[in-house]
Design a protein around this ligand. Structure first.
Ligand SMILES: [Zn+2]
Length: 183
């Protein structure tokens, strides 16, 4: 049974990697911080499909995983100061000051921007026991939390996030929303 599970997991990973290889969707950079919801956001799958791209829907609403070291990750690695918000509802999830290079190929943070906006759940899928991280407001799947690792950060937590579920608001944009700074 365990072998079958590992086998199926490998097939799943292989399929995921090949099917998403062509995805070049970058992290959306917003001019201003989105309006954050004060209450839980509940939408039907059809409604989510209107808001999210097919890849965002697969990751955020179906607990999918983006390929490591993809275009989104490369963009993430180069981004400066700012905040990362949920693509589904706009909630602020992470600050750039807690991001670090874990070498995993996925955006990594050692802490959350808000304990209310990033929540955890036990995930026993794919024959593994992991801690899933979700948006506290719209239940979007964000990635997984790994603990007890020592990267020399202020915490031993690694929030391993799919960059495709993040919108980025550069901090200079937050301060000078009236100034257009196009690159
Ligand atoms: Zn959300």
């Amino acid at each position: 049974m365990k072998k079958l599970k590992i086998f199926l997991t490998n097939i799943f990973i292989a399929t995921t990697l090949t099917s998403c290889q062509a995805d070049e969707n970058p992290i959306k950079v917003l001019e201003t911080a989105p309006k954050e919801p004060t209450e839980k956001i509940m939408k039907s799958e059809e409604e989510w499909k209107k808001i999210l791209t097919p890849e965002q829907f697969r990751v955020a609403r179906k607990a999918g995983t983006e390929p490591a070291f993809n275009a989104v990750y490369k963009q993430f690695a180069k981004q400066g100061d700012g905040d990362y918000h949920c693509v589904g509802c706009g909630s602020k999830l992470f600050h750039s000051k807690t991001k670090f290079d874990s070498g995993s190929g996925w955006p990594s943070f050692y802490d959350v921007a808000s304990n209310e906006n990033v929540v955890t759940k036990v995930d026993n899928s794919h024959g593994m026991e992991r801690t899933e991280i979700l948006c506290g407001k719209c239940d979007a799947h964000l990635g997984h939390l790994f603990t007890g690792e020592n990267y020399g950060n202020p915490t031993k937590n690694r929030y391993c996030v799919n960059g495709i579920v993040l919108d980025f608001v550069p901090s200079d944009k937050e301060k000078k929303t009236d100034e257009k700074t196009e690159k």
